[in-house]
Write a protein that binds this ligand. Sequence first.
Ligand SMILES: NC(=O)c1ccc[n+]([C@@H]2O[C@H](COP(=O)([O-])OP(=O)(O)OC[C@H]3O[C@@H](n4cnc5c(N)ncnc54)[C@H](OP(=O)(O)O)[C@@H]3O)[C@@H](O)[C@H]2O)c1
Length: 136
Amino acid sequence: MDPVPTTVPALVTGASSGIGEHFAVALAERGHALTLVARRRDRLDSLARRLRREHQVKVAVLVADLETEAGREAVAARLEARGPWILVNNAGFGTRGAFVESMPGVSRQSWRSMSSPSTASCERSCRGMSPRAPAG
Ligand SMILES: NC(=O)c1ccc[n+]([C@@H]2O[C@H](COP(=O)([O-])OP(=O)(O)OC[C@H]3O[C@@H](n4cnc5c(N)ncnc54)[C@H](OP(=O)(O)O)[C@@H]3O)[C@@H](O)[C@H]2O)c1
């Protein structure tokens, strides 16, 4: 498969730590402009400064809580404003060990927040992107 041209920008949700941060670094290394999404602005701003300095790429920060309709709409609006994009829809959280063993330590709200950001924002974002997808 051909690599995506570096003229295509990337939007990474959950870019303030963990896997999302690593995706953002890898995409910046390849030369893609980036939009970094999460709730913690300080961490996003810090990563954005580092990526601009080390890789000379354009980096925008979008603070959004993807558990909220407003947060998902903000991301979808950014994606719809231009395109195509590389979308790394990674926001959520992980637990360690067996699922049943991790359940007591995680609130119901937190379980919702793990599933809701990734699935709902993917649905909302891809709805707007699909008409622009290349045929085939
Ligand atoms: N680590 C693993 O072994 C593993 C395995 C399988 C799947 N995954 C999945 O991979 C993803 C990343 O995991 P990770 O280990 O890198 O977790 P992590 O280090 O906790 O990072 C989670 C990221 O998601 C963001 N996030 C969480 N809730 C959000 C919300 N409501 N709105 C916006 N951003 C939100 C966090 O940013 P803020 O807190 O700043 O908002 C953070 O940037 C998760 O979806 C996880 O379920 C992880």
